[in-house]
Design a protein around this ligand. Structure first.
Ligand SMILES: [Fe+2]
Ligand SMILES: [Fe+2]
Length: 332
């Protein structure tokens, strides 16, 4: 592949156009430039790293294919004139999905004055984007239900990040906050796939690397030549999730790139990163901390979104509550 800085410079100005190649297409053709890095890793050639990534994507697609029910929901919602009753019919075919879908629809994250008593009512009230993010989010979490120990902690981290990110967007009235619940659930998908497919066990790493934001992806790049963000993004692309979901997942550890591009991608990467950092903190201590609030509110992520220490202070408790509610919901 031999990507060079000049190749990437020319690609940067080009809008990302998803290529619907099957996941079994010739290996190097499947690596998407916008879901890869701008610079080569110092100790891995791009050729070696992309070959390894593609092997991981193929393995993930084989061992963990995207569930049929989620594919059917995405396909239905892709039609401008979808019928709510058809959507209900697909969701009801999966009793576990139906139950969790309704619980989330009635959680603090999506609740309105009138509770949803049926899947049909929830589909009608929530609308296309919310139905899509809840269904895909629930189905994805279900794929990793049997995962244990370190994997279970990562699964909880994804659920917690989803709840925090959605609450931030909601409380701060951000129009660019759409799909943040789903982005939270999917952002570390690559870690879960890595564990379940036997690609990376995370054994032998310093414990702090698994309990601190922005550390693990650097170790992964040293060990594998790519990281969980890029792996997850390529699998999401193969699953045909609507853009820019895969791009945001790919860039959640490349924030400078996302912020330089700006727009919805930059905003959502910033919110996702804030939620990610908060989740690592809240798992140990949910009490408001001025040190943490100061650290977060002066970060490039907060500056990019334009949120202040006062914003974080006023949203702290709703974020704690939402995180606990969603964790309990996915642990049932
Ligand atoms: Fe990550
Ligand atoms: Fe994370």
């Amino acid at each position: 592949m031999g990507r060079t800085a000049s190749t990437h410079a020319s690609l940067k100005s080009r809008p990302f156009e998803p290529v619907n190649r099957p996941v079994h297409a010739p290996a190097r053709e499947v690596v998407e430039d916008q879901l890869w890095y701008l610079d080569a890793h110092p100790t891995h050639s791009n050729d070696c790293a992309t070959d390894r990534l593609l092997a991981a994507v193929l393995l993930s697609a084989k061992i963990r294919p995207f569930p049929v029910v989620a594919r059917q929901v995405l396909s239905l919602l892709g039609d401008e004139d979808y019928r709510t009753a058809d959507l209900e019919g697909v969701i009801l075919k999966d009793p576990a999905l139906s139950a969790t879908f309704l619980r989330i629809a009635n959680s603090a994250l999506y609740r309105s004055l009138v509770p949803c008593e049926s899947v049909l009512m929830a589909c009608a009230r929530l609308g296309r984007n919310a139905v899509r993010e809840i269904v895909v989010g629930v189905v994805t979490m279900e794929m990793f239900r049997d995962i244990k120990s370190r994997g279970a902690t990562i699964r909880d981290h994804c659920a917690g990040t989803a709840a925090i990110a959605r609450t931030m967007a909601d409380e701060w009235g951000l129009r660019s906050g759409d799909q943040l619940f789903l982005l939270g659930i999917l952002h570390d998908l690559g870690k879960l796939l890595g564990i379940q497919c036997g690609i990376e066990s995370y054994d032998g790493l310093p414990p702090s690397s698994l309990d601190t934001p922005d550390r693990l992806h650097l170790l992964e790049r040293d060990r594998l030549g790519y990281d969980h963000a890029v792996l997850g993004a390529h699998v999401l692309h193969a699953w045909k999730l609507p853009e820019p979901i895969a791009q945001i997942v790919a860039w959640h550890h490349q924030p400078e790139r996302a912020y330089a591009g700006g727009g919805v991608v930059g905003m959502q990467v910033a919110l996702l990163r804030l939620a990610d950092r908060l989740e690592y903190r809240l798992r140990h201590d949910s009490a408001p901390s001025e040190v943490v609030i100061d650290e977060l509110s002066t970060s490039p992520d907060a500056r990019h979104v334009g949120i202040s220490a006062a914003d974080l202070r006023s949203t702290w408790q709703p974020m704690v509550d939402a995180r606990e509610e969603v964790l309990a919901l996915f642990r049932r």
